[in-house]
Write a protein that binds this ligand. Structure first.
Ligand code: MN
Ligand code: MN
Length: 420
C-alpha cells in the first residue's frame, strides 16, 4: 500500500503543479480586472488546493490526455451531454484487405445528426459495391483510392483520389472504393444520420445470396451454372488486384457517353485556403464549391501552436469534429450557466449541439489539424467578435463594461482563426 501511496502522491503533486502554473497565468491575465474576475481567481486558487486531491483509484493514462476534464477550469459548470469520444475506444472490424471502426450515436449519444466511420483498405482491396440509407461524405487520410458511383440515369463516375481529398455519394446511389498502389488508403466516412451503421449497408453479395436462384437467372439472363458461382455470403472488405490506369478503367466502363456529368470527388488537397491568418488557415468545402455535396459542409482547419478558432457558433446545424493531428482544448457553452471543457488528440471526435458557443485552441507545439463538419448545404458560423464590433459601441459598453478604446482593440470582423 505504501508503494501505491507514493506513486499516487507524485501524480497529484504533478497535476497540482500544472494547475498552479495555469492559475498563475490566469492571475497575470486578470490583474486590474473587475470584481467578478477577482472572485473567479479566488475560486481557482481554492480549487487548486487539497480539494482536488484524489486518494482513490484513477485511470492515469486517460487523465493525462484529458487534463481539462480532470481539473476543469472553474468557468465549467453543470452535467451536460458528452462532447468527446475517440475512435481508439471502438471495436475494430478486421477482414482480409483492411478494417473499419465507427463512432455513431450509440457511442456518442449527443450526436444525432452525424455518424463517423474510419476505414483502411490495402492495395487492390475493395470496400464491396453497396448503397445505404444516408448520404456519405469522405476525407482521405492516407494513400490513394479509386471510387465509382452510379447515377440513376445509368451514367457512372470513376475517379482516383489522394490524401486530403474528399468524395460525396448521395443516399441510395451505389458505389465502391478500392485501395490503389503503393499501399492502399485510409479514410474517414461521415454519414448524415447519427444512428447510421457501416454494418447495415446494402451489399451486392448479400442481395444475390438472399434472392432465389431462378429469379437471379431470369434477371441476369444467365443459366443456373453461372448463378451457382455467385457469392453465398457477404464480402464487405476483401482483397483484389490493383486495377489498370484510370483512363483504361473509364474506357472499359463504357467511355465518354457513359460518364457522369456530376463530379462526386473534390480535390481539397490542391485547394487554395478560403481564409489564411497569422493563426492558421481554413479550407471551406460545401455546395458552393462542391455542387454534388448538398448535405455535408466542412471546414478543414489548420491552427498553428497557440492559435485559436475564435469564439463562434453555428446557427443552422450541430458540429461533428474529427481531430487529424495535434492537441486541442475546447469549451462548449450550453446556456443556463453550463459549460464543459475537454482536451482532444488525433483520432478523437468532438461534438457541439446546434447554436452552442465554442472555441478550439491549439494547446500543443505542433500544427493542429481538425475537421469542422456540419450537416448542412452551406458552412455557416456566427463570430462573437463580429457581433460585438457591429453594434453601437454604447450598447457593447453597457453589456461588457468596456470603454471605447478597449472595444476598438477587439477584432473588427470575423477572423476565424486567431494567432497565439
Ligand atoms: Mn458507402
Ligand atoms: Mn465550430
Amino acid at each position: 500500500m505504501r508503494h501505491q501511496n507514493n506513486g499516487k502522491g507524485t501524480a497529484i503533486d504533478q497535476s497540482r503543479r500544472n494547475f498552479v502554473s495555469r492559475a498563475a497565468l490566469a492571475t497575470a491575465a486578470m490583474v486590474g480586472g473587475a470584481t467578478f474576475a477577482q472572485e473567479r481567481n479566488n475560486t481557482r486558487q481554492a480549487e487548486g488546493d487539497h480539494s482536488f486531491s484524489n486518494p482513490g483509484p484513477e485511470n492515469k493514462p486517460l487523465l493525462d490526455v484529458n487534463p481539462s476534464s480532470n481539473v476543469p477550469p472553474p468557468t465549467d459548470h453543470g452535467n451536460v451531454e458528452p462532447i468527446w469520444y475517440s475512435f481508439d475506444l471502438t471495436h475494430k472490424r478486421v477482414q482480409e484487405g483492411g478494417w473499419t471502426n465507427q463512432v455513431t450515436q450509440r457511442e456518442l449519444p449527443s450526436s444525432k445528426d452525424i455518424a463517423g466511420v474510419r476505414m483502411r483498405l490495402t492495395a487492390g482491396s475493395y470496400r464491396e459495391l453497396h448503397w445505404h440509407t444516408a448520404n456519405e461524405w469522405a476525407y482521405m487520410f492516407y494513400g490513394n483510392a479509386r471510387i465509382t458511383c452510379l447515377n440513376p440515369d445509368g451514367t457512372i463516375f470513376i475517379d482516383d483520389i489522394s490524401q486530403g481529398d474528399l468524395w460525396f455519394f448521395p443516399t441510395g446511389f451505389p458505389h465502391s472504393i478500392q485501395g490503389l498502389g503503393p499501399d492502399g488508403c485510409e479514410f474517414l466516412l461521415v454519414f448524415d444520420d447519427g444512428m447510421f451503421s457501416e454494418d447495415d449497408t446494402f451489399l451486392l453479395s448479400d442481395w444475390v445470396a438472399h434472392t432465389p436462384p431462378e429469379v437471379l437467372a431470369k434477371n441476369f439472363g444467365l443459366d443456373r451454372s453461372a448463378i451457382a458461382k455467385l457469392p453465398t455470403g457477404e464480402l464487405y472488405i476483401f482483397p483484389g488486384s490493383v486495377p489498370p490506369s484510370l483512363a483504361q478503367d473509364r474506357a472499359a466502363a463504357g467511355g465518354g457517353s457513359a460518364e457522369s456529368s456530376v463530379a462526386y470527388t473534390f480535390k481539397a488537397s490542391t485547394m487554395v485556403p478560403s481564409k489564411k491568418t497569422p493563426g492558421g488557415e481554413v479550407r471551406v468545402v460545401d455546395s458552393r464549391n462542391f455542387p454534388a455535396d448538398k448535405a455535408i459542409a466542412t471546414g478543414i482547419v489548420t491552427l498553428k501552436p497557440g492559435g485559436m478558432r475564435e469564439l463562434h457558433w453555428h446557427p443552422t446545424s450541430s458540429e461533428w469534429q474529427f481531430y487529424v493531428a495535434g492537441k486541442a482544448r475546447m469549451t462548449v457553452f450550453f446556456s443556463q450557466g453550463n459549460a464543459r471543457t475537454m482536451d482532444f488528440n488525433a483520432n478523437d471526435v468532438g461534438f457541439i449541439p446546434q447554436v452552442c458557443g465554442h472555441y478550439i485552441e491549439n494547446t500543443g507545439n505542433t500544427d493542429l489539424v481538425f475537421l469542422e463538419i456540419l450537416k448542412a448545404d452551406l458552412f455557416v458560423d456566427v463570430s462573437l467578435n463580429d457581433w460585438i464590433r457591429h453594434l453601437p459601441p454604447q450598447m457593447t459598453s453597457a453589456h461588457l463594461n468596456l470603454d471605447d478604446t478597449q472595444i476598438k482593440k477587439i477584432p473588427a470582423e470575423k477572423l476565424g482563426l486567431i494567432a497565439g
